[in-house]
Design a protein around this ligand. Structure first.
Ligand SMILES: [Zn+2]
Length: 427
């Protein structure tokens, strides 16, 4: 208690000194908006005079308890314990707050113990705690999100991430931009192999529903339509919901984008942008190299490109750990150099499309972690880009065609328009 008092006395003295200094040398103190104070942080926060509120932001360090943070911020132990009690009463478990969580503190003046604390629990959740005469009390607040739609579009030079960087950066922050690239890759995963099929000069457009949260946080809600022009060929995807099924993506002719085979044995989102563009396999030794190589980090999950029966899951000299799948249409697919097979994958077992069947490695005759992938038709290796090319998919019923055509016209016209935030008539 004694320490607390003398600390307070010191603070008052400092404020008084500064007040004198301020009056002598700076006739007008600049106004600081809360956002500026928040960004500037503790060290450069302005000293406000009189009874004007003083705000600052502290961040919870890794491994630090809430009590630790409050103590660091000059809150007395007794008061800090009360804050934790009150926070817990507001259904927030103080033991499991995330590291990096910002806490805004507002006091009546600098040096005063805070009277209001705002814990930023998540991007749209905060806990506001106030000190009253009877102690601390708090309530959780939900912050509203708004929805809008935005058209992004660009030209591919090296890969989809790069194309997103140059076209979506102003509408989506880094993380959301990657999510958008992944979402687009997922939509086209039966038609386009995003890590192999894109070439310099190809273009893409996407019409994206965006969630804009408090403080400008942005998330991808859903992709309403997207299109690629790959070597002059246009591929479109239109999100459409029928009375009997959940939303799905259809091409311009009304066929579902779902097909019998996925175009790639690795999920695009699992391949780091560092891989694929820099990879140059030294494969001169494998004379008849008739497969496709996917460079990826060791351990990256490998997926079955279609429903199949396992023909072989074992060691095969140059291929290392090799998996062979036989598909219903007679195609055989091979996955080589794998570090390991997924649990339960053995000769004779059945696997489903998209199921993880193994993990990328560098076993056998391999110079670095990658997946060697082959498609065999009648026992002969074929170019997977040709063999797996798909234009099939279940077509929409005639009853849905009218509504679909209307929606398609609307979305594709918007997609072809100027990039930016757009208004879209509700269906
Ligand atoms: Zn290979």
């Amino acid at each position: 208690m004694k320490n607390h008092r003398s600390a307070r006395a010191t603070a008052y003295a400092v404020v008084a000194l500064l007040l004198v200094a301020a009056l002598r040398y700076t006739p007008v103190l600049p106004e600081h908006r809360p956002a500026e104070v928040l960004q500037q942080g503790e060290r450069s926060a302005p000293i406000t005079l009189g009874a004007r509120p003083h705000s600052r932001t502290e961040t919870l360090n890794r491994g630090e308890t809430l009590i630790g943070l409050l103590r660091r911020a000059g809150v007395s132990d007794a008061s800090a314990k009360e804050v934790v009690r009150a926070a817990t009463a507001s259904a927030v478990d103080a033991r499991y707050l995330r590291a990096g969580m910002p806490v805004d503190m507002t006091a009546d003046s600098a040096g005063e113990s805070p009277r209001e604390l705002v814990f930023h629990l998540g991007i749209d959740r905060l806990l506001r705690m106030k000190r009253t005469e009877t102690g601390w009390s708090g309530a959780e607040e939900r912050l509203p999100w708004t929805t809008d739609t935005v058209v992004v579009g660009g030209t591919i030079h090296s890969n989809l991430y790069q194309a997103m960087d140059s076209s979506a950066a102003q509408y989506f922050p880094a993380r959301a931009k990657d999510e958008l690239a992944w979402a687009i890759a997922d939509i086209f995963e039966y038609r386009v192999d995003m890590s192999r099929d894109l070439q310099d000069g190809d273009t893409f457009h996407a019409l994206v529903e965006r969630l804009v949260g408090p403080e400008g946080v942005t998330k991808v809600s859903k992709v309403l339509a997207a299109s690629f022009t790959l070597s002059g060929n246009e591929q479109s995807a239109i999100r459409f919901e029928t009375a009997s099924s959940s939303p799905q993506y259809y091409d311009a002719s009304g066929k579902s984008l779902r097909a019998q085979f996925l175009r790639a044995p690795l999920e695009f989102r699992r391949i780091s942008s560092n891989f694929g563009t820099r990879f140059h396999p030294i494969l001169g030794r494998l004379k008849a190299h008739k497969g496709t190589d996917y460079a990826a980090a060791p351990g990256t999950p490998v997926r079955a490109i279609g429903d199949a029966t396992v023909l072989r899951a074992g060691w095969s000299n140059g291929y290392g750990n090799l998996l062979e799948l036989r598909h219903r249409n007679g195609y055989v697919t091979r996955y080589g150099h794998m570090r390991a097979f997924a649990a339960g994958v053995r000769t004779g077992s059945h696997v489903n499309i998209g199921q993880t069947v193994g993990y990328v490695g560098t076993t056998g005759m391999s110079t670095g972690p990658h997946l060697h992938f082959e498609v065999l038709i009648g026992g002969v290796q074929k170019d997977s880009r040709v063999a797996l090319r798909s234009t099939t998919g279940e077509a929409l019923g005639t009853k849905e065609r009218g509504a679909f055509d209307q929606r398609r016209e609307q979305l594709l016209a918007t997609l072809a328009g100027t990039p930016g935030v757009v208004r879209l008539a509700q269906r």
